[in-house]
Design a protein around this ligand. Structure first.
Ligand code: SAM
Length: 267
């Protein structure tokens, strides 16, 4: 797993993820993924790599009281926050590559921004297909190409200077599946016929450049590559590099693309 989410297993970090990252970075995509999966009243829905559960909560709102929603993740810190936020969803600890559910037990499987952190994406997608009922729908989002995330691309140079190439690799890792052909190959290898991939544009806004750097570097394992002094120098350079993404009110907004894959289990 190139960028590891272990740091969010600590309760404080998982809560910070939910409070400060989910509303701006992850929540805006949930309606598009839920729409793509055509979730309707009464559906049994599984959210894979659910994190703190933003997509699962939306799925529950759509599936309603006659439906049932399950979220699965390897990370207990994330699941604890999810449980507090919505106790009526079943939150399960489990690995996407060996889903702890019987075959054909869901009408829809959804997942956002998790597949690229899973070491064998094809096995994970095969598992998603296994647990889908015949005719069941899958919708899954991953980040698009790094080059389309121009604000992150602007950070790459200062990050390389102070943190080395491996620090840049951490920044680019979430984008490794942002390739239409690669995604089609994974989904067809996993047994889905004719998966559809759509590239969509969105964005990510933080209250300030300092806050953005906190979430991308300072409060993540990347910080270990810096001394206090080198971090201050990096932050000053990053501030300059991110000027084109500053809004008049001081917020910083980075364009981001996401690929949304839809597929159906032919049965
Ligand atoms: C960027 S977060 C996205 C979480 C959530 N879907 C959201 O939109 O906020 C990626 C999630 O994938 C989970 N994850 C990584 N590898 C996993 C695996 N092998 N099985 C299940 N979940 C995994 C992480 O623990 C983390 O919660």
């Amino acid at each position: 797993m190139p960028k590891d989410w272990d740091w969010t297993s600590e309760a404080r970090n998982a809560q910070r993820y939910e409070t400060d990252l989910v509303p701006t970075l992850f929540a805006p995509w949930a309606p598009q993924v839920a729409d793509a999966a055509q979730i309707r009243a009464g559906d049994r829905v599984l959210d894979v790599g659910c994190g703190t559960g933003v997509l699962a909560r939306l799925a529950l709102a759509r599936a309603g009281t006659q439906g049932a929603v399950t979220g699965v993740d390897v990370n207990e810190g994330m699941l604890a926050v999810a449980q507090r936020a919505e106790p009526s969803i079943e939150w399960a600890k489990g690995d996407a590559m060996a889903l702890p559910f019987a075959g054909a037990s869901f009408d829809a499987v959804v997942s956002q921004f998790a597949l690229m952190f899973i070491s064998d994406p094809t096995t994970a997608v095969s598992e998603m297909r296994r647990v889908l009922a015949p005719g069941g729908r899958l919708a899954l989002a991953v980040w698009g190409p790094f080059e389309m995330a121009t604000g992150y691309a602007a950070l790459a140079e200062p990050l390389k200077r102070y943190g080395g190439q491996s620090a840049v690799d951490v920044l680019t890792a979430p984008h490794v599946l942002g390739d239409v052909e690669k995604l089609r190959f994974i989904f067809t290898s996993a047994g889905f016929e004719q998966p559809a991939v759509t590239m969509c544009m969105g964005g990510y806004t933080q209250p300030s450049i300092a806050k953005l750097l906190e979430f991308e570097v300072k409060n993540t394992p990347l910080k270990e590559r810096f001394t206090d002094e080198s971090y201050a120098e990096f932050a000053a350079e990053a501030e300059t590099a991110l000027q084109p993404f500053l809004l008049p009110n001081g917020e910083v907004s980075i364009p981001l693309a996401a690929a949304i894959v839809t597929a159906q289990n032919a049965g």
